[in-house]
Design a protein around this ligand. Structure first.
Ligand SMILES: Cc1ncc(COP(=O)(O)O)c(C=O)c1O
Length: 403
């Protein structure tokens, strides 16, 4: 049934820029939230505790300092690119949350088993005693692909069992890649939301199982939020000092909302009104826009006649995270919807002109920036977050370039 408050472009699947009327001055919006800087600082401290272990587990891809971060690139027209398509270990933004929550659980298990007495370095978690402990435990997750991979890589590196629930139409190569890690992949006839719900139910009945909830985990959220500090350090080093008169405008591809929501929260905590947050969604799956415009947590894109079918598989989510929407509804400045054709064209352009290997989801920020540049002109520092792609095998990436 149509909803009176909804912009007509939404159900018509027409790309457009939507300004969030509920966006507030950041100080007021943040003050009303039960979480804040301390939660992000705790996440940063945990990343630091684990840095030596990460450097040990992923010696080929993670630098000696053990930080999982991506470069900040510059393109023509002053566009900055936060290049998470090249993030070490998993080549996607979901690692910032998924790897982080596996670390949280590993730390909790190890502390409970007495493996981390005060002063112990976290490299001990790569040792035999920890591996024997972890091998008895299973992490479950429901995913469109990239969260499952991020969780799978980290969990398997520590010797945890992992079971990833995915919709049957999730990309086959993403399932194969998980199986190659030793993860169990469970396919569901339904969509991403039903895969998440099955994993949640199964985990609830197994005392040795831990469920990573893409739809409502605060640990994922704070793991993503810590990325804001990585970006700020790079902007500081580049001499970029945003102000409310010349703010950062950050374009974030949005699926269920966790990754962009966490980053948005982190950035607003750091920059206040000197940052504008723009979520970007496919025209077939604008679940976050739908939630913000309707205020209705239960509404899905199917309810307004959309089919949730998009090339941007990481963003093919029918219903936004109610948890994340509740936290960031007053912090998101705008949402842009984009067509699959424009994503494909941008994947090609980024490869040809800048040698960036992006999956369609990850090209969304560029398309949104082009749309906003004409209809929302303002002196801003544009930052496009490229959220995944370097992991695409040739047999998947090259066909995207053809035609
Ligand atoms: C490449 C890519 N970009 C963006 C996102 C969006 O993240 P979220 O679903 O947390 O909104 C995803 C989600 O899987 C993704 O795979």
């Amino acid at each position: 049934m149509p909803h009176p408050a909804l912009p007509p472009q939404l159900a018509a699947a027409v790309p457009f820029l939507w300004h969030n009327p509920a966006c507030q001055a950041s100080a007021a919006a943040l003050r009303a939230l039960p979480y804040g800087k301390a939660d992000i600082d705790a996440a940063i401290a945990r990343w630091q505790r684990f840095a030596p272990l990460l450097a040990h587990c992923f010696a080929d891809s993670v630098a000696a300092d053990g930080r999982i971060d991506s470069p900040l690139l510059q393109q023509d027209g002053g566009v900055l690119v936060k290049a998470d398509h090249a993030l070490p270990v998993t080549a996607c933004i979901k690692a910032r949350g998924g790897v982080y929550e596996v670390l949280c659980q590993a730390e909790a298990l190890a502390l409970a088993a007495g493996l981390l007495p005060a002063g112990t370095g976290y490299e001990v978690l790569a040792g035999d005693a920890a591996r024997a402990l972890f091998a008895r435990h299973t992490i479950l997750v429901g995913s469109t692909g990239n969260l499952g991979y991020s969780v799978g890589v980290m969990a398997r590196a520590l010797g945890l069992q992992v079971e990833v629930h995915m919709s049957s139409d999730a990309k086959a190569w993403k399932k194969d890649r998980l199986r190659a890690l030793g993860a169990r992949v469970v396919e569901h006839a339904g969509d991403y939301a039903s895969a998440v719900s099955s994993a949640r139910t199964l985990a609830a009945s197994d005392p040795l199982a831990y469920f990573i909830d893409d739809e409502s985990s605060l640990l994922l959220f704070f793991g993503y939020a810590a990325a804001a500090h990585d970006l700020k350090a790079q902007l500081d080093a580049a001499g970029q000092r945003p102000t409310p008169a010349r703010p950062l405008r950050v374009y974030l591809p949005c699926g269920v909302g966790g990754a962009p929501g966490g980053v948005a929260f982190g950035l607003k905590c750091l920059y206040g009104d000197a940052v504008q947050i723009v979520f970007v969604e496919p025209v077939a799956s604008p679940c976050f826009l739908l939630r913000l415009a309707s205020g209705d947590d239960a509404l899905s894109v199917y309810d307004i006649g959309l089919d949730n079918r998009t090339l941007a598989d990481g963003l093919a989510v029918p219903r936004a995270s109610a948890t994340v929407a509740g936290l960031v509804q007053h912090l998101v400045d705008a949402v842009v919807t984009v067509s699959d054709d424009s994503l494909l064209a941008e994947v090609r352009r980024q490869w040809q002109q800048h040698a960036l290997r992006l999956e369609p989801s990850a090209a969304a920020g560029f398309v949104a920036h082009q749309l906003a540049a004409s209809s929302w002109a303002q002196d801003v520092i544009p930052v496009v977050w490229t959220t995944g792609g370097n992991g695409l095998p040739d047999e998947v990436f090259l066909p995207l370039l053809a035609g």
